[in-house]
Design a protein around this ligand. Structure first.
Ligand code: BES
Ligand code: MN
Ligand code: ZN
Length: 491
């Protein structure tokens, strides 16, 4: 749905709901004070009576709006002004739209908060509003969430028009990219499998203006992708390597690689039902790369990007790889498989070496790679590992700008000893419980040659087990915006 900027007095905005941002411990000021006067001081009275506090994400509908053109109002708390960073703004936007999308509405409008940078707040609020518009219930026979026909950000007539328009445009495109990544994660695995993922990517590429090339099984064999093909062999669904290219100028090539396991049963090292229940989310890395490349193309960023999505199902079929098997990866290295549930690193091995040969200047891979990363950092923080501190710092800075949380884990050479194999060059697990996120990254490091590479383990942040006032359960679209930010500053 379109998100656009309006420049108007709040009393004149005619919408189904006008959302008002309220700071804690602060009387209405600026445009909000003007509106309050038109409303006969109702905001001031509700604040004095303690019914509106402005606490973060507090939602108060005001159905009596005599004096204003809007049909209804909704106050949303931003918390204290000093803490109103982009996280707080995005959350408030999402809380408000989550509360209002329970039924079909024509027009939702949200006022920009007084006294903050108008463009920055339009961007953060816009992304949040869009994120709050759709939920995980994509196959309910009776829909429970309804994106509005139109969504407006309302800035005062004196606001910097071009900057607010540009920020709103960015938010609209980024919001769409996040929605795509979330939808792909939320789709049932019987609907989203390697071939259907490839078809969708082709469609997105056409709509957004980049190219998409699909490698099928025969071509993967010709590429000698023995590790990726071994994972795929346990499934009746053939694998695909999806290659995305966007050329925004003759520049160094940013390579983005995504893990796309459309369902991870564990293979012969079968997961329990409890562990397997959410494993349709195991393609979130690939979905994030597709979403990000589509936004980078739509924003016409002056960069060149290569996206490589390794898309397979990990199943325990009759031809499945076995424990003790030795795989021949594309770059010539041999891998002993001692646990078929450590499949992500196997498919990424071949995808990374492919990206290296496509002359990527720098690499980032995104993968729901290890439960160990969640043990280390929790459910909302991605692990960041790599082979080049300066490049990792770049990725960390991009995550910071995007308002997403990643944190470095060490890559000391000694960790590499833990994946040496007796029969092959390396093995796909250590056999011990320790440092599982890092040893997985150490495995990947064998396949990136000398290219600066950063690995984001998004096993935690890619998926939300339960909903909260500011976020729906299911796919989150995590790190889509980090990749866009990275591309924005990539030179
Ligand atoms: N896809 C899983 C990792 C995962 C776990 C993602 C939980 C999201 C939530 C991955 O393929 C996996 O199974 N990893 C194993 C590795 C182990 C066998 C070394 C794990 O983390 O247990
Ligand atoms: Mn697995
Ligand atoms: Zn997996």
């Amino acid at each position: 749905m379109p998100l656009t900027a309006q420049f108007a007095l709040l009393a004149e905005v005619s919408a189904d709901f006008l959302i008002l941002p309220i700071f804690e411990e602060e009387a209405p000021a600026g445009a909000l004070a003007q509106l309050d006067a038109r409303l006969g001081g109702v905001l001031t009275r509700l604040r004095q009576s303690g019914d509106i506090t402005g606490k973060a994400n507090e939602i108060t509908p005001l159905l009596d709006r005599a004096g204003a053109a809007t049909t209804r109002l909704l106050a949303v708390g931003l918390g204290k002004r000093s803490a109103a960073d982009q996280f707080a703004l995005r959350d408030a936007g999402a809380a408000a739209s989550r509360a209002l999308t329970d039924r079909p509405r024509q027009r939702l409008a949200m006022a920009l908060p007084d006294g903050l940078d108008a463009a920055a707040s339009a961007h953060a609020l816009g992304v949040g509003l869009l994120q709050g518009c759709d939920g995980p219930g994509i196959r309910k026979s009776k829909p429970e969430r309804f994106a509005p026909q139109e969504l407006w950000l309302v800035a005062p007539p004196a606001a910097p028009i071009d900057a607010v328009r540009e920020a709103t445009h960015r938010a609209a495109i980024e919001g769409k990219a996040i929605a795509l990544a979330r939808e792909l994660v939320n789709l049932p695995p019987s609907e989203l499998y390697p071939e259907s993922f490839a078809a969708r990517a082709t469609q997105v590429a056409g709509a957004s203006g980049f190219t998409c090339t699909i490698l099928d099984e025969k071509q993967l064999e010709a590429e000698r992708m023995g590790a990726l093909l071994a994972v795929a062999r346990g499934s009746d669904r053939p694998p695909r390597l999806i290659v995305l290219r966007y050329n925004g100028g003759n520049r160094p090539l940013l390579g983005l690689v995504g893990k796309g396991v459309t369902f991870d049963s564990g293979g012969l090292s079968l997961k329990s039902s409890e562990q397997m229940a959410d494993m349709k989310c195991d393609m979130a890395g690939a979905a994030a790369v597709l979403g990000a490349v589509s936004a980078i193309a739509e924003l016409r960023l002056p960069v060149s990007v290569l996206g490589v999505l390794a898309v397979v199902e990990n199943m325990p079929g009759g031809r499945a790889m076995k424990l003790g098997d030795v795989l021949h990866a594309r770059n010539g290295k041999t891998i002993e498989v001692l646990n078929t549930d450590a499949e992500g690193r196997l498919i990424l091995a071949d995808a990374l070496s492919y990206a290296v040969d496509q002359k990527a200047s720098h690499l980032v891979d995104l993968a729901t790679l290890t439960g160990a990363c969640m043990v280390a950092l929790g459910e909302d923080v991605a692990g960041l590992m790599g082979n080049d501190p300066a490049w990792s710092d770049n990725v960390l800075a991009a995550a910071w700008r995007a308002g997403e949380r990643a944190w470095p884990l060490p890559m000391f050479p000694a960790y590499g000893e833990l994946i040496k194999s007796n029969v092959a060059d390396i093995k796909n697990i250590t056999g011990k419980r320790f440092a599982g996120a890092i040893t997985a990254a150490k495995f990947l490091e064998h396949f990136v040659g000398t290219v600066p590479w950063a690995h984001l383990d998004i096993a935690g942040p890619a998926w939300a087990d339960a909903e909260s006032p500011t976020r729906d359960a299911g796919g989150t679209g995590a790190f889509v915006r980090t990749l866009i930010e990275l591309a924005r500053e990539y030179k």
